[in-house]
Design a protein around this ligand. Structure first.
Ligand code: PLP
Length: 381
């Protein structure tokens, strides 16, 4: 495929160094990590090594890392598992959460919990005053993402955690988009639970983790053989977990380079966009260095994404996980963006391997396609 990949917030290619550490676990006889014999013990040791690597990358202790298969599972586990100890209470989540937080929160209303959204401002930053006001009702859990997958806006999670803990609520953050892109410390964020996922940092799909602090009483979603301290039963995916551990180590070593390199590409890109009369979202606030989310008035984001795809550039319209829908981005609607403009949203998310030449080529193609699509629209009208 000769296309240029510019969709790193959706997923990332497996790093060949990660593949190298995974291959032996796929090729040779690997024991079940719960088995007592040498094969089982070797697999167990590999998982524990990966646990320490993930913990190190997240500023947490190894004992706090619970492996899951996906970030989606870890987020569902956090919401349903933590709230389970306090039936009937309130769950708060921001209006721009990933559906794997908002949907379980909404689903839990059917079984007795009340879930309420916390509003965000025009830049996608959570309204702290509203959070404080909502916390006057007994609340079991507050869940706010560290960095938004679409616009990239970064939240002040530590302050929200302090406010929530003072009100007697536990705090969870979905840090799936933060790992490998921002310095990350579970301890400094002062949250009770945090989600990270392997495939966003050049690790394999099929591994993720919920980092949990000891103060939290959490109920498992899956019952069975008692793996992961009884919190996540099911035979571990050893190869994926081992790959996740190495991907974490590599991501931390590359963190400064990632931030500097992708920020330079993003700035070059947005400088080029300036002549195109586009709206760039969350530009006024701290956001992920690699992410540019913008809209061209009068052109559907989906149409532009398909036009760019035909020309060899892989970008996204809104969130990848909901890209089969033509509804305007929920994130932008929550930020008060008019539905027509929100329908035009396109996300470019850079990675370490992208180059300045690719950005220049993308800009030239984008200019050409926008002009062409605008002409088509005016002929049709
Ligand atoms: N949270 C955020 C912010 C995401 O961007 C994603 C994936 O796009 C997820 C959670 C889900 O993670 P996973 O793909 O590992 O299920």
């Amino acid at each position: 495929m000769s296309s240029i990949y510019l969709d790193h917030n959706a997923t990332t290619a497996l790093d060949s160094r990660v593949l190298d550490v995974m291959l032996p676990w796929l090729r040779t006889q690997s024991g079940n990590p719960t088995s007592r014999h040498v094969f089982g013990r070797t697999a167990r040791a590999a998982i524990e090594h990966a646990r320490a690597q993930v913990a190190e990358a997240c500023g947490a202790y190894a004992s706090q890392v619970i492996f899951t298969a996906t970030g989606t599972e870890a987020n569902n586990f956090a919401l349903k598992g933590i709230a389970a100890g306090r039936p009937g209470t309130q769950i708060l989540y921001s209006a721009i959460e990933h559906p794997c937080v908002s949907r379980p929160a909404i689903a839990m209303q059917q079984t007795g919990w009340t879930s309420r959204q916390i509003a965000v401002d025009n830049n996608g930053i959570v309204d702290m005053e509203q959070l404080k006001a909502l916390l006057s009702t007994p609340t079991s859990l507050v869940s706010v993402m560290l960095a938004n997958n679409e616009a990239g806006a970064i939240q002040d999670i530590a302050t929200m955690a302090e406010t929530s803990l003072q009100a007697g609520a536990f705090m969870h953050t979905d840090a799936v988009q933060g790992l490998g892109k921002l310095p990350l410390s579970f301890t400094d964020l002062n949250v009770n639970a945090m989600t990270v996922s392997s495939h966003k940092i050049h690790g394999p799909q099929g591994a993720a983790a919920l980092i949990l602090d000891k103060r939290v009483d959490i109920q498992p979603l899956l019952h069975g053989g008692g793996q992961e301290k009884g919190l996540r039963s099911g035979t571990e995916n050893v190869a994926a977990i081992v790959g996740f551990g190495t991907a974490c180590e590599l991501a931390v070593a590359n963190l400064d380079n990632f931030a500097n390199h992708t920020r330079a590409l993003r700035d070059q890109f947005e400088h080029g966009l300036a002549s195109l009369n586009v709206t760039i979202f969350s530009k006024q606030v701290a956001r992920l260095p690699n992410t540019s989310f913008f809209a061209v008035d009068g052109i559907e984001g989906e149409t532009l994404v398909m036009a760019l795809d035909r020309k060899g550039f892989a970008v996204a319209s809104g969130s990848a996980c909901s890209s089969d829908s033509t509804e305007p981005s929920r994130v932008l609607l929550a930020m008060g963006v008019a539905p027509d403009l929100a329908r035009g949203a396109v996300r470019v998310s850079f990675g370490t391997h992208n180059t300045a030449q690719q950005v220049a080529d993308l800009l030239a193609t984008l200019k050409h396609e926008i002009l062409r699509l605008k002409q088509l629209t005016s002929i049709a009208a």
